[in-house]
Design a protein around this ligand. Structure first.
Ligand code: DC
Length: 244
C-alpha cells in the first residue's frame, strides 16, 4: 500500500509495545522512525555525566544553559549520538531509567527535546513514539494512535524481557514499577501523558504484531480513502459473447 507523506504519532503507557509497533510501521511504509524517549534518556545521561543531577533527583539549573549547545542526534537507524559518541547502550541502563522520569518533567528539557524532534522531522514522512507526540509535539499529525494494554499483560511482557536479559525479575515488583511510571507520566504538569481527542486507541492485550499492522493499515486506508488495485475477476471480459 502506497501511503502519503504524513506524520504518525504513537503514544501510550509504558511497555505497550510502542517502539516495536512504530519501527514496524517505518519499515513497512518507508517512514523515518524517531524514538522521543531516547532523547529524554540522552539528556538524563548528559546530566549524570556532568554532575547536574543529584542521586535524589535535584537538578542543577545550569542544565538549561548546557542544553543550548548539547548535540543529541540520531545516527544510522535509530542509534542516538551525543556529538561523535554513540550512546545507544548507555541510555538503556537502569541508572538512566531511574532518573529519566524526573528529567522529563522539566519544562525547558521538554522544550529542548521538542525543538530537536521538529528539526529531525523537517523532511516529513515520520513515525514517532512517546507520551505527548499527538498532544504536544505533533498536534496536527494525520494519524494518531494511543496504545494501551491491561497492566498484567504489560508487566508480563516487561518481565519476559528482563528475564531474557538474564535478570531475576519479581512479577509484583515489575507491575508496581509500571503502575508508578504510568502515574508519574500522566500526572506531571508539563505535557502529561493523555489521549489526544482525535487519536485511535489500540488495545493490544490480545493482539499480535501482524494484527496490529493490519489494524493501522485499515486506519490509514479509511482516512485517505485508499483502496487496493481492483483484483481481476476470472471470466469477466474474457468472453464477450456471453449471455446476458
Ligand atoms: O519510552 P521510554 O521509556 O524510553 O521513555 C523514557 C522516559 O521519557 C519516560 O519516563 C517518559 C519520558 N517521555 C516523555 O515524557 N515524553 C515522551 N514523548 C517520551 C518519553
Amino acid at each position: 500500500m502506497q501511503i502519503p507523506d504524513i506524520t504518525i504519532a504513537v503514544d501510550g503507557y509504558s511497555s505497550t509495545g510502542k517502539s516495536t509497533f512504530a519501527r514496524l510501521i517505518a519499515e513497512k511504509f518507508g517512514f523515518l522512525y524517531l524514538d522521543s524517549g531516547a532523547m529524554y534518556r540522552g539528556v538524563t545521561l548528559y546530566a549524570q555525566e556532568n554532575g547536574l543531577i543529584s542521586p535524589d533527583n535535584v537538578i542543577d539549573p545550569a542544565l538549561e544553559k548546557a542544553l543550548e549547545t548539547l548535540d543529541l542526534h540520531f545516527g544510522q537507524g535509530t542509534v542516538l549520538y551525543m556529538g561523535e559518541r554513540n550512546i545507544e547502550k548507555l541510555i538503556r541502563t537502569m541508572e538512566v531509567s531511574a532518573q529519566v522520569s524526573p528529567i522529563a518533567t522539566v519544562p525547558y528539557v521538554r522544550q529542548y527535546v521538542d525543538r530537536r524532534l521538529h528539526e529531525f522531522s523537517a523532511a516529513g514522512r515520520v513515525v514517532m513514539d512517546g507520551r505527548d507526540i499527538g498532544t504536544t509535539v505533533f498536534p496536527n499529525a494525520e494519524i494518531k494512535v494511543f496504545m494501551t494494554a491491561r497492566p498484567e499483560v504489560r508487566a508480563q511482557r516487561r518481565f519476559d524481557e528482563l528475564a531474557a536479559k538474564g535478570q531475576n525479575p519479581v512479577f509484583e515488583e515489575v507491575l508496581k514499577n509500571l503502575e508508578e511510571r504510568d502515574y508519574i507520566d500522566s500526572h506531571r504538569e508539563a505535557s502529561p501523558l493523555r489521549r489526544a481527542a482525535d487519536s485511535f486507541e489500540l488495545n493490544n492485550s490480545d493482539m499480535g504484531l501482524t494484527e496490529e499492522i493490519a489494524w493501522v493499515e485499515g486506519l490509514i486506508r479509511g482516512k485517505f480513502g485508499l483502496l487496493d488495485a481492483p483484483e481481476e475477476i476470472p471470466g469477466i471480459g474474457a468472453d464477450k459473447t456471453g449471455t446476458v
